[in-house]
Write a protein that binds this ligand. Sequence first.
Ligand SMILES: Nc1nc2c(ncn2[C@@H]2O[C@H](COP(=O)(O)OP(=O)(O)O)[C@@H](O)[C@H]2O)c(=O)[nH]1
Ligand SMILES: Nc1ncnc2c1ncn2[C@@H]1O[C@H](COP(=O)(O)OP(=O)(O)O)[C@@H](O)[C@H]1O
Length: 198
Amino acid sequence: MQATKLIVLTGPSGVGKGTLVRSLLQRHPDLQLSVSATTRAPRPGEVHGQDYWFLARAEFKAAIAAGELLEWAEYAGNYYGTPRQMVSEQFAAGKSVLLEIELAGARQVRAQYDAEIVSIFLLPPSLDELERRLRDRGKDSETAIAKRLARAREEVAAQHEFDWQIINDDLETALQQLETAIYGATSCATADPMSPSA
Ligand SMILES: Nc1nc2c(ncn2[C@@H]2O[C@H](COP(=O)(O)OP(=O)(O)O)[C@@H](O)[C@H]2O)c(=O)[nH]1
Ligand SMILES: Nc1ncnc2c1ncn2[C@@H]1O[C@H](COP(=O)(O)OP(=O)(O)O)[C@@H](O)[C@H]1O
């Protein structure tokens, strides 16, 4: 029986957070992924309410004013935030919730909760490889890629604020290390992440 936790996964755009989270949720259906709100336009194939709650800027600002967001931040020209309600409901039901959010949001969450948080920073093998992944993904404009890479440098510099740092080089290895961070070493004897700093 696992204790209820708030799992915060952060890392530069293109590092592979979404890819790893999809595999993690398949292997651990008990885990609840928080669906964020954003003012970013949907990418082809993204579904409202599933990938994000896609809001107009005025709607997003109204949600902030009404205190509906647990945290929020501006990223590459758009707003992103975690709706508070889903997290509270799942927590009340004894379920662990996974937030896939950027650095400023992760800091806000850490300021509100303490003991029950597991914070994880996902790193690329190199910044060159990060750029390659962003380009190969083919979902962002050149301007958007440039903004994401600039932000990546700032985010990587803050990696030690997090309990765990995991390098997403080999996907399966990173997934196993993620499982160790969340569920403990007994569920996965092969992982060897850096030890928690907190
Ligand atoms: N603070 C915060 N950041 C978020 C939230 N949802 C997504 N993000 C982050 O916003 C950044 C941009 O997300 P997105 O436009 O989907 O690009 P992608 O991560 O490259 O696919 C990523 O670093 C996400 O982790 C949220 O609710 N709050
Ligand atoms: N370990 C990995 N090795 C090589 N490519 C990867 C790896 N993990 C993810 N990718 C690829 O990198 C790109 C960005 O991954 P994505 O999950 O969208 O990142 P994020 O959600 O962090 O922005 C995708 O094309 C994905 O297939």
